[in-house]
Design a protein around this ligand. Structure first.
Ligand code: CO8
Length: 373
């Protein structure tokens, strides 16, 4: 039974923050902090906060701007976090809303009606609550019969979600599955941390997976196989969770937000990802030069350059390995799906491609796909 990807959709927030805006806000916050704590800093009890730089951000990461769900509050130096109003229980939640928007786009691309979908997976780095599942709320909003559930795999949530859909379709548990990645990450960003304030942006992506015989879309991709690996590491971590209340700790402390040892992640994950991909394509007797397009995780442009170089023995060009980081920044698990959504229609029948995520966990997930004729 051939399983295919028949639709992909991206919902992009209307608000954006440029590196310059972000840096101006951070630097004003740092000046204010340094002034407020000048005595302790002068006494050597506290370290002064150094300035951030837009040039550094672009050079170190490839990021020029990021989208944000709610810009208000995020750049306010008295707040440094987005101001998102809580919604009543009978209103569509924020995360479900952006998930529904992405899902509608993916369904339209797949030329599918919600009534043909049997299962919904919401898979992302964070869900805004534990239960009821965001996926069930989305299912209800779209009028889908069947079942839905949430899953969290940080950077690899999108690919791992597609893996689960692939297996459910193979097992005959569903005829068509919607996998949605509402990456509403801005509430977890520490905008007062110079090392990480620039990394992330908000977005929602969705894909439709189904059996080849039911697919009616213009662009359909056979999934040849999936491959996943995880290896525990605390180098990318957030300690916020339902235990926080019982632990009598500051719920907004820096360790409760996204934090990482970026250099270590870079050094450890690049070789893991390159090896993983090489092994995966070898399963199909494919060489790196046989791959028409690489839709890689979008965390850092230098990481993608290095991984491609290891695979191809040379630099990949933007047509082979598209980058969306400059516009979207790191969108947790959604990056490779955005790259796929924006850069797949020109592929010819028979062309091979690789979708691959890598990051927190550590987790690596890939799909080798081939365009149908
Ligand atoms: N402005 C100016 N200077 C800076 C800044 C800044 N903003 N930040 C750091 N510097 C300085 C440092 O202090 C350092 O100075 P010195 O040399 O004097 O000590 C110098 O610049 C170099 O710092 P680094 O060595 O840290 O810089 P790198 O070149 O390593 O770049 C990166 C930092 C960009 C973080 C890079 O290491 C990187 O991208 N690593 C990979 C990280 C990665 O892939 N992480 C995965 C992210 S996790 C994920 O994708 C999903 C997680 C779940 C979602 C969470 C949502 C909130």
């Amino acid at each position: 039974q051939q399983i295919v990807i028949s639709g992909v959709g991206v919902w992009t927030p209307e608000h954006r923050i440029t590196n310059q805006e972000l840096v101006e806000s951070y630097n004003a916050w740092a000046d204010d902090y340094n002034q407020t704590h000048s005595e302790a800093i002068d006494a050597g009890e506290l370290e002064a906060k150094p300035h951030s730089s837009a040039e550094f951000i672009e050079k170190a990461s490839g990021i020029k701007q990021r989208y944000i769900y709610q810009k208000e509050g995020a750049l306010d130096i008295k707040r440094m976090r987005p101001a998102i109003k809580e919604r009543a229980d009978d209103q569509l939640s924020h995360q479900a809303e952006i998930a529904v928007e992405a899902a509608k786009k993916a369904l339209a691309e797949a030329n599918k009606d919600a009534s043909e979908v049997d299962a919904v997976i919401v898979s992302c780095a964070y869900t805004q609550r534990a239960y009821p599942a965001i996926a069930i709320e989305v299912q209800e909003s779209l009028g889908i019969e069947g079942f839905a559930f949430d899953m969290l795999v940080a950077c690899s949530a999108a690919t791992f979600g597609m893996h689960r859909a692939y297996e459910m379709l193979h097992a005959g548990n569903a005829r068509c599955v919607l996998v949605i990645n509402p990456e509403l990450v801005s509430p977890q960003i520490n905008y007062t941390d110079r090392d990480s304030h620039f990394i992330f942006g908000d977005v929602a992506t969705a894909t439709v997976l189904e059996h080849a015989e039911t697919a009616r879309a213009e662009h359909v991709y056979d999934i040849l196989s999936t491959k996943a690996v995880t290896k525990f590491s605390s180098n990318i971590r957030s300690n916020f969770g339902y235990m926080t209340r019982a632990q009598d700790v500051d719920p907004y402390g820096p360790d409760k937000l996204f934090h990482q040892a970026g250099r270590k992640v870079f050094k450890e994950v690049c070789p893991m990802a390159a090896e993983h991909i090489a092994e995966h394509i070898a399963r199909h007797a494919l060489e790196a030069s046989d791959i028409r397009r690489w839709w890689l995780h979008q965390a850092n442009i230098n990481m993608n350059t290095l991984i491609c170089k290891r695979l191809l023995g040379r630099d990949a060009n933007a047509d082979e390995a598209p980058i969306v980081l400059d516009e979207y920044a790191n969108t947790a698990s959604a990056g490779s799906v955005i790259a796929f959504a924006l850069h797949h229609k020109d592929l010819q029948a028979g062309d091979h491609g690789v979708l691959c995520s890598f990051g927190a966990g550590y987790s690596i997930g890939s799909l080798v796909i081939k365009k149908r004729g």
